[in-house]
Design a protein around this ligand. Sequence first.
Ligand code: GLU
Length: 522
Amino acid sequence: MSEQSQAAAPGRVVVRFAPSPTGYLHLGSARTGLYNYIFARRYGGSFILRIEDTDLSRSTDEAILQIISSMREMGLDWDEGPELPGSHAPYRQTERQPIYHEYIEKLLAGGHLYPCFCTPDELEAERQAAQAEKRAWVYSGKCRALPAEEVERRKAAAEPFTLRMHVPPGKTVFHDMLRDAVEFDNDTIGDFIVQRSDGTITYNLAVVVDDVTMEITHVIRGDDHISNTPKQVVIYQALGAPVPEFLHMPLLFGTDKKKLSKRHGATKLEQLTAMGYLVEVVRNYLCFLSTEFDESMIAWTMDDLVEKFDVLKLGTSASIFDPEKLRWMNGRFIRELDDVALGERLEEYLTRVGFYGEPAVVEKLAKLGPDALAAEVEGAETAHVLRVAPDVEQEALTRRLAPLVREKMDVLADFVPIAGWFFRPLTFSAEAAERLAGTANAANTLTAAAAGLRELPEWSAEAVEALVRDLPARLEVKPKFVFAALRLGMSGQTITPGLFESLWVIGRYEAVGRLMTAAALL
Ligand code: GLU
C-alpha cells in the first residue's frame, strides 16, 4: 500500500451495498457494489449486502436472485447478507418494517416528527405557487405547529396524515471522502416525509435506520444520492447516532456525456456476459475507467484491485463508459488465456446462451451481432432458462476449437458465427452456395480432397495441410480456388477458422462426408 493511502486509511470499516431489486444488475450498480467490496477488503472491513425492496411495485424475487448471482459471478462475496445471515439480519427491507417503526416511535418521542394533514391538492397548490415565483419548492411547514387538540380531533376523524421530520433551522454539513465538507442550508431541505399516510416508510428513513442498526461506518454510493444525504444526516442527528463517512461516486456516463441508460445499448452485467464479455474484464474496466490505465493492468485479478485500486483517490468528474474500449480490452484478455482456460470459458459461455441446445437458433442470433444475444437475455424472464450443458462430443469439440478461434474473437459471442457450423450438419448460406458454384473447378477439387483425406495414413493437422497444399499443383487449379472450394465445402459459409486445422478438428469421417456432400450439390 502506498504511503498516501496509509495516511488516509480509515479506522473500523463496515460498508454496505444496497441495490434495489428491479431488474438485472445495472453497470452503475455493479460498480457501486464493486467499489464497496474493494474498500472493505482493502481496509480489512466488513461488507454487507442489503436489498432495498420497499418499492413493491417494482421489486421482484427474481431480480433478487439475479443480483445475488451477478454479485457471486463478479466475486463480490459479502460477509453478511442474503443467504449468509450474521448479527445484523434480516437484510431485506420488507423484513425490517418493525425496526423502522421502532425508530419512528423514538423520533416521535424526541419531538422530531409531526403529523401533516395537508392533502395532495394543498401540496400541489404550494408547488405551483413556488413555480410561479420561480423558486424551488419545499414544504411550507404549515402543519408543524398545529395545536395538540386539533391534531387529536383530526386523527379521531380519521383524516389521513403523513409524518414529517422537523428539520431544525441552520445548516447541515457532512463529510464526503472525495469532496471534504459538503454544506446544505436547511431551508432548502424542507420538512420531509418519513412515513406516508398509508403507514409505509420512505427511503430516507429506512436507509438511515438500516445504516445505524447495521453499524455502517462508510456509505459509498452514487452521487445521485447527494441531495438525499443532508436529509439523512438530519435523521442521524435527531437520533443522536454517529454520522458515517460518505463517499459519493461520480455516476457513469455514456460517450455522449449523457447518464448511462438503455439508450447506450448493453448496460447490464447479464447483457454483457451474454455478449461474451468476461466478468473479470468488466470488473477491471469498471475500476480502470476511474483511474490511469496501462495495458499491464488488463489481466489484474481481484486481489490486484484490492491491493492497488484506491476508492479514496477517485475524482469527482463523471466517469465515461466506452463500450469500444471494453471490447478491445476483452479481446486482449482473451488472447492472454491459454487453450484450457479459453476452452473452459467458451464452454461456460455457450452453455449460458443455450447454444448446445439449439446451435442453429443461437447462430442466427449471433449473426445479427452480439447485441442480439444481449437482447435475448434481456427479453428472457430469467437468464438461466437458456442454459443447456454440452454433451461429451460438444464439449470435446469446444475445447479443440479454442486455439483456432482465439485470434479471431473480441467477445466470446464472436465464436458462434465463425465456428457454430462445427456443431450442426452442413447447410449452405445463400451467399456461400453461390460462391461455391462460382469457384473454378470446385467439384473436382472437393472430390479429390475427399479422396485424399480418406486415404491419409495419419490424421494430423500437418498431414491435412500437406495434402491440401499439394492439390493446386496436382489439379492445376489456382491455390485460391482450391482453398475457397474447401472452406465453403466443409462449412457452408465464407468465414471459418484456419482451413487445415478446421478439417482436422471435424475429423476424417465428417470432413470426407461434408466435402462429398458439397461436391454433389454442384
Ligand atoms: N437503493 C439505492 C439505490 O439502488 C441505494 C441507496 C443507498 O445506497 O443509500 O440507488
